[in-house]
Design a protein around this ligand. Structure first.
Ligand code: CA
Length: 447
């Protein structure tokens, strides 16, 4: 069930934190995403906070001073006394919603003077902090939920048979690597690996060296809130109760390493060298106004099997979320040229809903735990402007992208920076954003 709309969604409510009222702000009072930050000054500890305009409300500080001591919010507030969001994720939907409502009351323009004065002492400028990974992720799973992405990529490898027969039945995924999840801004070292030219003879040996086909993947990640016990499943009708919120994910990919290693067991070192996350986790409550019907399957496509078919999920399991990926080369940066948008897509075009991915993941009794990260797979749409990776956009390098400097890109070069953004907007509601997720490419290690 999607969360109900309440006063925290009213578009007319403004905050006494003035920067939150600017139309372009990703973080108005209607959003209130959670993250983990560390002040750049002194010996600072990681703290849990909520973004409001260009500030952060330090929830550790609020909690320690007893400013979130009411019975209804105590459980969630105490869970913020941590250096990761896992305890807050674990408290589940009810306490999280109560905390959101309390924070909304504290931050609104007509808040009680005592609340406002107290909270003002715990505001930190986002410019003065380093944003960390939002959670300690035990397990990370990456799906492949865009039928447009799956078809485009499939066509490059199997022109006559792009989509494999399982695609419309199973939310396809693989187990990713949690240890190499990195926060936004972390530089990405170009990986080395085994590759072999596509036109090599079967008897030719592969070579080992830096990837020549480094790519990004524009994805959305969602965090597990309360998990399930080993051996138990999560029915589709309850799946959303197990989701905390979403962030942006860049699943960096080395296409040449991937192409040589992926059969028969799937992605491995072509993916596991790094995955970047945006720092602010936008909760399912904040997303409530932007939920939409699940993707309308084409005539003749099979209905989801009963365990993946939920009435409520079909009606409102989708999400109207715009996503954008941009590239900034070193020469563009030096010339003062703005990042070039390479793709714009919408999450409502995903073939599988978040609930279906989560339910499928637990359908064999696999236990999901608070803070686990599930990512959607590359979000692509039907149009060429809506492609979420270079592999699709350049047709595996055949059709390079032209940058404003005259440079061309088949795949990423050293120094290139990739920036992901995401936002929701709908008439009658305040636009909310996911912030951004950035990373630049460092040269391969000399070895
Ligand atoms: Ca991926």
């Amino acid at each position: 069930m999607k969360p109900a709309l309440d006063e925290t969604h009213y578009s007319k409510v403004q905050s006494w934190v003035e920067s939150a009222n600017i139309a372009e702000s990703d973080f108005p009072i209607q959003n209130l995403p959670f993250g983990v930050f560390r002040r750049r000054d002194a010996v600072a500890h990681a703290r849990v906070g909520v973004a409001i305009g260009d500030r952060i409300l330090d929830l550790n500080g609020m909690q320690r001073e007893g400013l979130l001591a009411e019975k209804s919010v105590r459980l969630a507030a105490n869970a913020c006394a941590s250096d990761a969001l896992n305890p807050l994720m674990a408290v589940g939907t009810g306490p999280r919603r109560a905390l959101r409502q309390r924070l909304h009351a504290i931050l609104r323009l007509d808040a009680a003077a005592s609340d406002r004065q107290a909270a003002a002492r715990h505001l930190v400028a986002q410019a003065d902090v380093e944003m960390l990974l939002p959670a300690s992720v035990g397990d990370y799973t990456d799906f492949y939920a865009s039928i447009f992405h799956a078809t485009n990529v499939g066509k490059l490898f199997r022109p006559d048979n792009p989509l494999l027969p399982n695609y419309k039945y199973i939310p396809i995924g693989y187990h990713g690597r949690a240890s190499s999840l990195v926060a936004t801004g972390t530089a990405i070292r170009r990986p080395c690996g085994q590759t072999r030219d596509g036109d090599a003879e079967p008897s030719d040996a592969p070579k080992f060296g830096p990837t020549l086909a480094l790519d990004y993947e524009l994805e959305v990640g969602f965090f597990v809130s309360a998990g399930n016990r080993l051996g138990e499943t999560i029915p589709i009708g309850e799946a959303e109760e197990h989701i905390f919120g979403i962030c942006l994910v860049n699943d960096w990919s080395a296409r040449d390493i991937q192409a040589w290693e992926y059969q028969p067991l799937g992605p491995f070192l072509g993916k596991s060298f790094a995955t970047s996350l945006s720092p602010w986790v936008v909760t399912m409550e904040a997303l409530a106004p932007f939920r939409t019907a699940a993707f309308a399957r084409a005539e003749g496509d099979p209905a989801p099997l009963p365990y993946l078919f939920g009435e409520s999920d079909q009606e409102q399991g989708g999400l109207d979320l715009w996503l954008e990926v941009s590239l900034l080369s070193v020469r563009m940066r030096e010339s003062g040229i703005a990042p070039l948008v390479l793709g714009r897509s919408n999450y409502r075009d995903m073939y599988w809903t978040m609930a279906q991915m989560l339910t499928h993941h637990a359908s064999n009794g696999c236990n999901l735990r608070s803070g686990d990260l599930l990512a959607s797979g590359t979000v692509s749409g039907a149009d060429k402007t809506a492609r979420g990776c270079l592999l699709e956009l350049t047709s595996r390098g055949k059709d390079p992208v032209l940058l404003p400097t005259g440079e061309q890109r088949k795949f990423l070069e050293d120094g290139d920076e990739i920036i992901l953004r995401g936002f929701c907007e709908r008439d009658g509601f305040r636009r909310i954003g996911l912030g951004s997720c950035g990373g630049a490419i460092l040269p391969a290690s000399a070895s």
